[in-house]
Design a protein around this ligand. Structure first.
Ligand SMILES: Cc1cc2nc3c(=O)[nH]c(=O)nc-3n(C[C@H](O)[C@H](O)[C@H](O)COP(=O)(O)OP(=O)(O)OC[C@H]3O[C@@H](n4cnc5c(N)ncnc54)[C@H](O)[C@@H]3O)c2cc1C
Length: 417
């Protein structure tokens, strides 16, 4: 089958890889001059398969108002005169109920554990270099109530029978696991360690996989090619119009990240994806820099060792399609890094901001649309790298009319609730 993949972020490139590995003739259309220039450029680097707690949960709901007035809040919500944002926000609030959060958590964990398996296969087959570390992820906590909630949440996750056990550690045990925490001035009281989680550099992974696809699997990458419209006729997409002319395929897959809704809404597919801005800083690693990926639960900031660099990433902000780097939102990353790792050379920080394609419930949108040759592979939000290997396989199965290896409940559009 001739398949056009729209977008060369991690979602698009993993899709191209899986489809081309199965013998399809794949074209990738990307506006930039290379793969991984947008959200898959400098993310937190975590493959946090077991981190299946959606942003929309009962614990977040009471904090939303307080965070609105706090510059260093993990999530800053600003109401914009945008009907799409209002609709998205209402859906987010509905998903904050315990029942919905549990359902979404199960979907994300099911997908996360499946993705881990598929990520390992990609790694073994391609042998790409992306500063991959299979050492686990340690969440540190400053507040006993938050730690207790995390223990209870992990107990719930374990009751689902999908794996992903976390181990509770005292402060001393956290330091023994990651000695770089010994100099931390943050008064963390303990942590939760997940051995099956991993980390690495998403850009090296995505760019490396794109090169592999082009050289080993015959995928054609059309870079510097901007998609303008998708043209439909009856129940099918007829062609796409790009800055380099019309392009046709048997099937089209939307992997346009936070920009996906702009291209499908006009076709009567109102996907609930909204841009959620995030920031990262990258500094050179110092002698005693951590090797273990760490999450500061209080600030929702993650740290990953990427070869000779340390990256800190986090914060969520609703600012529409504005990608400007605001110093106010970079500051919490710099402060948090200095507090946990006083030796970090934050003056040398490379700063970055980008828009996550966020759904209100948490899980991504994977699968068919009302057009019988148009498919969605977007809306991965805060876990796009973690989940892409799994979602790409699910999508390939759907296109080939095969039963996916795991249930796709909670992943397709429209959502059941
Ligand atoms: C600060 C931050 C930290 C994060 N940390 C993590 C983490 O630790 N772990 C994790 O799993 N996830 C993390 N994420 C989320 C993850 O990075 C994203 O979910 C993922 O990169 C989204 O990939 P994508 O391919 O859907 O989108 P993108 O990478 O944005 O790709 C979309 C592509 O579509 C192209 N495009 C858009 N419009 C057009 C057009 N008209 N024509 C042609 N091409 C077009 C873009 O140029 C782009 O290349 C983080 C995100 C942020 C912002």
């Amino acid at each position: 089958m001739k398949i056009a993949v729209l977008g060369a972020g991690v979602a698009g490139v993993t899709t191209a890889y899986v489809l081309a590995s199965r013998g399809h003739d794949v074209d990738v259309i990307e506006q930039a001059s290379e793969a991984a220039t947008e959200c898959s450029y400098a993310n937190g680097g975590q493959l946090s398969y077991t981190h299946a707690e959606p942003w929309a949960n009962p614990g977040v709901f009471p904090k939303l108002f307080k965070w609105m007035f706090q510059d260093d809040a993990p999530l800053v919500f600003r109401l914009l005169p945008d009907p799409h944002q209002i609709k998205w926000s209402l859906q987010f609030l509905l998903n904050c109920s315990a029942k919905n959060a549990h359902r979404n958590c199960e979907t994300m964990l099911r997908l996360g554990m499946y993705s881990r398996e598929k990520m390992h296969t990609i790694d073994e087959t391609t042998k790409l270099d992306f500063d991959y570390r299979k050492e686990g992820i340690l969440h540190i906590f400053t507040d006993q109530k938050a730690l207790d909630a995390a223990i209870a949440h992990n107990r719930f996750q374990m009751s689902l029978g999908l794996g992903g056990e976390e181990v509770e550690l005292s402060r001393e045990e956290c330091i023994a696991k990651e000695p770089a925490l010994a100099s931390s001035t943050k008064p963390f009281i303990g942590g939760m360690y997940s051995a099956v989680d991993e980390s690495g550099d998403v850009r090296m992974f995505t760019a490396g996989l794109a090169k592999y696809c082009a050289e080993k699997l015959g995928v054609t990458f059309h870079y510097n090619t901007r998609i303008a419209w998708l043209r439909e006729k009856k129940s099918k997409i007829k062609h796409i119009e790009t800055s380099k002319g019309k392009m046709t395929a048997d099937a089209y897959i939307v992997c346009l990240g936070a920009y996906s809704p702009k291209y499908v809404r006009g076709l009567g597919i109102p996907i609930p994806v909204y841009p959620m801005k995030g920031y990262s800083i990258t500094v050179p690693a110092w002698e005693s820099a951590p090797t273990l990926s760490i999450t500061d639960d209080e600030k929702k900031i993650v740290f990953s060792r990427l070869g000779d660099r340390i990256r800190a990433a986090g914060t969520a902000e609703f600012a529409g399609y504005n990608q400007r780097i605001r110093e106010k939102r970079i500051r919490p990353l710099l402060t948090c890094m200095k507090e946990i790792f006083p030796e970090a050379q934050t003056k040398k920080a490379e700063k970055w901001a980008c828009l996550r394609p966020q759904t209100p419930d948490g899980p991504p949108l994977v699968g068919p649309t009302k057009y019988n040759n148009l498919y969605l592979h977007t809306g991965h939000g805060t876990l796009g790298w973690t989940q892409s290997a799994g979602t790409a396989h699910i999508l390939a199965d759907i296109i080939e009319d095969r039963e996916p290896e795991i249930s796709i409940d909670g992943l397709t559009f429209p959502r059941r609730t």
